[in-house]
Design a protein around this ligand. Structure first.
Ligand SMILES: Cc1cc2nc3c(=O)[nH]c(=O)nc-3n(C[C@H](O)[C@H](O)[C@H](O)COP(=O)(O)O)c2cc1C
Length: 239
């Protein structure tokens, strides 16, 4: 299956075989990663592939591999990580592997890279369960809750994964034919934990739109754009 087809059938995998992923598949993943377009090509990213014993994670389950993602901390770098790594996440699942974003974890070795910030782990391995599902089995908000006027073209975003399934995106149609994408503001205490993950969620949503409409998709961040009360402006798109 194509990476973009996984939008409609993927799920987070939290049960893995102990077997390591073959070198061939790891090489395919690395090759695919270098071909992925970014939201902002001026932000440099790095990634390590670590074993389960090289990360500390809060979950009770373990995967044989974890991608540790690092980014230069430039404006909207978390959105950029979400955009790039969700494309990789869909690819990984399209070659028969399972994956799951892991917000609550980090590499045991915290030395990292000069000029880069550790952003997130992504679990990876052979799934010990069926990693696919039907659209009806996605637990998601209805389309009318994520946009101002019903727009079926947003279905790929509706299905996108997000931290704690918070689905923090909202779309407003603009007179120009474009749409503004907003991120829902969380209450202060929740924002302290979830805010940075919700920034990645926005990039994840944009990745689904880009893959669904690769020929027409355009994204721009217009500085000083207004946003409705309770929302944060995250960009203007055309699909
Ligand atoms: C940024 C981010 C962080 C996440 N962190 C975790 C995590 O720490 N542990 C976990 O089990 N799932 C984590 N998830 C997976 C979400 O819980 C999951 O995507 C969401 O519940 C929707 O389910 P689905 O991916 O199966 O569609 C994370 C997802 C995202 C996008």
């Amino acid at each position: 299956m194509d990476a973009k087809d996984m939008i409609y059938s993927r799920r987070s995998v939290r049960k893995y075989l102990r077997t390591s992923v073959s070198d061939d598949k790891i090489n395919d993943i690395v090759r695919y990663l270098t071909s992925i377009p970014a939201l902002d090509e001026d932000i440099s990213l790095r990634c390590d592939i670590l074993g389960a014993d090289e990360v500390s994670v809060r979950q009770t389950w373990r995967a044989p591999h974890y991608l540790a993602v690092y980014s230069e901390p430039k404006p909207r770098y978390r959105q950029n990580v979400g955009f790039v790594y969700q494309q990789l996440d869909l690819y990984v699942q399209s070659i028969g592997l399972g994956s799951c974003w892991v917000g609550l974890g980090k590499p045991k070795d915290s030395s990292g890279y000069e000029g880069y910030e550790f952003v997130i782990l992504i679990a990876l391995g052979y799934p010990d369960d069926i990693p696919l599902r039907e659209i009806g089995d996605f637990k998601r908000k209805p389309l009318e809750d994520i946009c101002d006027t019903l727009d079926e073209r947003l279905e790929p975003v509706r299905l996108a994964p997000s931290a704690t399934n918070s689905q923090p995106w909202y779309f407003e149609h603009l007179p120009s034919g474009e749409m503004a994408i907003y991120r829902k503001k969380q209450p202060k205490l929740i924002d302290n934990v979830l805010g940075k993950f919700n920034e990645m969620d926005i990039g994840i949503a944009l990745a689904h739109l880009y893959l669904a409409y690769p020929l027409t998709y355009e994204y721009e961040y217009v500085v000083d754009s207004p946003s409705p009360k309770g929302y944060i402006y995250e960009g203007t798109i055309r699909i």
